[in-house]
Every structure is written in structure tokens, then in C-alpha cells.
Write a protein that binds this ligand. Structure first.
Ligand code: BTN
Length: 255
């Protein structure tokens, strides 16, 4: 069923496949600093030894089991304040990929963790470089748990394709399918199809419209996620009104 050939115009052309690397994002950054890689250049490995996560955390992945990929984009059509759109397209591409394989509800936990029900299957780390008040380059770093079943007990709620009964033998095919989806959503962004992108993101938003516990600016309270605004901030309804929150202002208690 998934033996389709996937082809792209520029994402994954070329793909630099490495047997092992500390971090595909770091490799991509180095490439950008010393050469001029073309837009769409991707770095792929199944053995990432020092993966970087959000908030300076590490992203741990067992050798040969999973996918770590970084895609270099040159979104010079975006202003720095529009950089949030890259989170949207990366999260949408990964969720659609997972929806193609796993027949359960797939959510995007704001800003861009991908969940199967209450469990995290993929994490995304986007690193942008600005100059002249424009985005010059962006590295979309995507980690997807595919065949791993044992996780560090400190990771709160991990899952993987195999743990969700989806058996993938060929991670290269999976990553090629991911490239087609990243390209699809990136081209929509280039065509400024914002309403479509927001609507697709919004309908997958984790915990949307359900009263849930959070820590907001250091205070534990319940709230209802209502969506994201045009800057990508999270809209949370609380007893004191509708708050618009940035990354460091809210933690989920149901993580
Ligand atoms: C997170 O959920 O904290 C984000 C994890 C991002 C991991 C990916 S794996 C490919 C790329 N290279 C890295 O070093 N990190 C990202």
C-alpha cells in the first residue's frame, strides 16, 4: 500500500545520508556556514548520537530504529515575525505522514510536537537565521520514532510507529514520503495559503476546546485551548479571560 514512488521538485535534492552523526541540525548549520547548499538539501541519519531537542533538551534515539532528518529551507519571502509559519508546515507534513500509517487520532501539541492520542511520536526543532530583517535560512529538524520500543523512563509519554502497530521496514521510503509532504505544505506557504494552513493546524490542535490543567506564567490553573493567533501564539481561555501565550509562558500538565 505504501510502495508508491515519491518524487519532489527540490526537497531532499540532494539528501546527504550519514551512517552516524551527532546532530543532523548541527550538520546542516555547518553546511550553511561554510557553503551555499541549495534549498531543499536534506541531511538524514538513523544513528543520531547527540540530537538536539527544544528548550536546549536532548533528543534521544536508539541506533538504526528511527528517523532523524534536517531540511534546509531559504524562506526569504518571510519576515522574521512570520517565521511561525515554518512550524505550521513542518507539523502539518509530519502529521499527514503519520496519518497515512496510523489509524488513530493524530494531534499537534502546540507548537509542534506530534502526538498519537496522548503520546509523542515526533519532535520538531526549527532553527532560523535572519539577516536584513528577512529569514535567510531555516533548518527544519524532524525526529520520528519508528521502530523503537524501549525508551528512557524519563521521557514522559513516548510512542513509535511499531508501538502503534504500524510496521515500517524501509525508513528511506518513509523519509521520501515526508519530503513530498514538506514540499506540498512549503509550496502552499509560498503561495500564502495561510487560511488553509491555519485551518489544517487548528483541527489537529491537541487539547483544543477541552478544559485541561496547565502552568501559566508559573501558576497552576485550568484552561481551555481555543486556537493559535496569527503570530503563532497559543490562545487559552481561563477564569481571568482569554490569554495569548508565548512559548515560555505555558507548560502542559498533561504532557
Ligand atoms: C523536541 O521535541 O524537543 C524536538 C526534537 C527534534 C529532534 C530532531 S532529530 C533531527 C534534528 N536534529 C537534531 O539534532 N534535532 C532534530
Amino acid at each position: 500500500m505504501h510502495s508508491k514512488a515519491f518524487s519532489t521538485l527540490f526537497i531532499g535534492r540532494p539528501t546527504i545520508s550519514l551512517d552516524t552523526i551527532d546532530s543532523t541540525n548541527t550538520y546542516a548549520q555547518e553546511l550553511l556556514s561554510k557553503s551555499n547548499p541549495s534549498e531543499g538539501t536534506a541531511i538524514f541519519t538513523q544513528n543520531q548520537t547527540a540530537g538536539k531537542g527544544q528548550y536546549g533538551r536532548v533528543w534521544v534515539s536508539e541506533d538504526t530504529k528511527n528517523i532523524a532528518v534536517s531540511i534546509i529551507l531559504k524562506p526569504i519571502f518571510l519576515l522574521p515575525k512570520e517565521s511561525y509559519y515554518l512550524n505550521l508546515i513542518a507539523a502539518l507534513a509530519v502529521s499527514e505522514l503519520i496519518e497515512n500509517y496510523i489509524d488513530k487520532e493524530i494531534f499537534i501539541k502546540w507548537p509542534n510536537d506530534i502526538y498519537v492520542k496522548q503520546k509523542k511520536i515526533s519532535g520538531i526543532l526549527i532553527e532560523n537565521t535572519m539577516s536584513n530583517a528577512r529569514l535567510q535560512s531555516s533548518v527544519l529538524g524532524i525526529g520520528i520514532n519508528v521502530n523503537q520500543t524501549d525508551f528512557d523512563p524519563n521521557i514522559p509519554n513516548p510512542t513509535s510507529f511499531v508501538m502503534e502497530n504500524s510496521h515500517v521496514n524501509n525508513c528511506v521510503e518513509l523519509v521520501n514520503e515526508l519530503f513530498t509532504l514538506v514540499e506540498k505544505y512549503y509550496l502552499k506557504l509560498k503561495r500564502r495559503e495561510y487560511d488553509f494552513l491555519y485551518a489544517e493546524y487548528d483541527k489537529r490542535l491537541y487539547l483544543k476546546n477541552s478544559l485541561s490543567p496547565f502552568v501559566v506564567k508559573g501558576i497552576e490553573q485550568n484552561g481551555i485551548i481555543r486556537g493559535i493567533d496569527k503570530q503563532g501564539m497559543l490562545k487559552l481561555e481561563t477564569k481571568t479571560g482569554l490569554l495569548t501565550l508565548g512559548l515560555n509562558e505555558i507548560q502542559y500538565k498533561l504532557s
